[in-house]
Write a protein that binds this ligand. Structure first.
Ligand SMILES: NC(=O)C1=CN([C@@H]2O[C@H](COP(=O)(O)OP(=O)(O)OC[C@H]3O[C@@H](n4cnc5c(N)ncnc54)[C@H](O)[C@@H]3O)[C@@H](O)[C@H]2O)C=CC1
Ligand SMILES: O=C(O)C(=O)CO
Length: 320
């Protein structure tokens, strides 16, 4: 009997079709709406392999209801949506997609820095809305990225790729990380700072840590107050690492100059979210890794893990 592979979102036909040679593939049918949690509760009971996306909250309670589940492949490098400790205890392997999305996500992080600093969304909207009526000396004037100081919180794969990009813009790169990286300091001239010092010295602060109990709410009122009132905060990691209510106050009160984020606590974010009322806030819909090539490579990486499991080989890209 073929193992039951449940795919919790609609994936391209050319990816799914070959899986049918070895799996009893069952998939969520629509792209427009993701699988609701109630459906996940139902299908986890019959799945041998579960192919998840970040939207799926795979809690201990949910895992405990699984009868045959042996492998979860998460279509993301971040796996905070899955209780991996519980999975480990229950003998369920969990895999993710590290590395293949690093450069693409670093591109997006740098793009978000540029568009926030140069007020690109406001500017483009002005043209489209017919509000471009004059050339003024400070009209839509933003802040320079080149030559500024970049502070990266979470100097892992994506953090380092972002830092490389910053070198091309003659930026000074500071970083804060769980562990210091002497090799990167020596090779590229990146400087380590404690968190408070990094916040105080940086013109751009980019959050790139995973979401963990330690990083949840890491950037709140106190941290935002430490930042310069000319500085810009960028979050490409996970919503909730930056406290959204504190960010709203800091932007509204001019404690920081602007912010850009690709991630929210609740995704998709509600259009009535207070942050969306602010001109100095740029919002993107979690598109960090969204290029055609990278998404294909992420899917292929998950499939590699499935093949390893099937063939009884050590499972690559395994988190637990
Ligand atoms: N917006 C998007 O579409 C994407 C978001 N991401 C997010 O970016 C995160 C980072 O991805 P990678 O760079 O591949 O991961 P990584 O594991 O290579 O890097 C994370 C770094 O954060 C550091 N870190 C962890 N806890 C910390 C703490 N409390 N304080 C300071 N540093 C800490 C780690 O030591 C590590 O160096 C992912 O976990 C994911 O949540 C990743 C890809 C796309
Ligand atoms: O990989 C991740 O963690 C993402 O957020 C989307 O690629």
């Amino acid at each position: 009997m073929k193992p039951i592979l449940w795919i919790t979102c609609k994936l391209p036909e050319e990816i799914v079709e070959p899986l049918k040679s070895w799996a009893d593939v069952r998939e969520w049918p629509t792209v427009e709406v993701n699988m609701p949690h109630e459906k996940l509760e139902e299908i986890i009971q019959e799945a041998d392999i579960l192919w998840t996306i970040m939207d799926n909250r795979v809690s201990r309670e949910l895992l405990q209801t699984a009868k045959n589940l042996k492998l979860i492949c998460n279509l993301a490098v971040g796996y905070n949506n899955i209780d991996v400790e519980a999975a480990k205890e229950l003998g369920i392997a969990v895999t993710n997609t590290p590395g293949v999305l690093t450069e693409t996500t670093a591109d997006l992080a740098f793009t978000l820095m540029l568009i926030t600093a140069r007020r690109i969304i406001e500017a483009a909207d002005e043209v489209r809305n017919g509000d471009w009526t004059y050339w003024g000396v400070n009209h839509l004037a933003g802040r320079d990225v080149h030559g500024a100081t970049l502070g990266i919180i979470g100097m892992g794969r994506i953090g380092e790729a972002l830092a490389q990009r910053a070198k091309g813009f003659n930026m000074e790169v500071l970083y804060h990380n769980r562990r210091r990286k002497p090799q990167a300091e020596e090779a590229y001239g990146f400087s380590y700072r404690e968190l408070d010092a990094l916040l105080q010295e940086s013109d751009y602060v980019v959050v790139l840590t995973p979401m963990t109990p330690e990083t949840k709410g890491l950037i709140g009122k106190r941290e935002l107050q430490l930042m310069k009132n000319t500085s810009i905060l960028i979050n490409v990691a996970r919503g909730g690492i930056v406290q959204e209510d504190a960010l709203y106050d800091a932007l509204k009160n001019g404690e920081i100059w602007a912010a850009g984020t690709d991630v929210f606590v609740q995704e998709p974010v509600s259009t009535s979210h207070p942050l969306l009322t602010l001109k100095n806030f740029v919002a993107l819909p979690h598109i960090g890794s969204a290029t055609l090539r990278t998404r294909k490579e992420m899917m292929e990486m998950n499939i590699e893990s499935m093949h390893d499991y099937l063939e009884g080989n050590p499972i690559r890209h395994r988190v637990v």
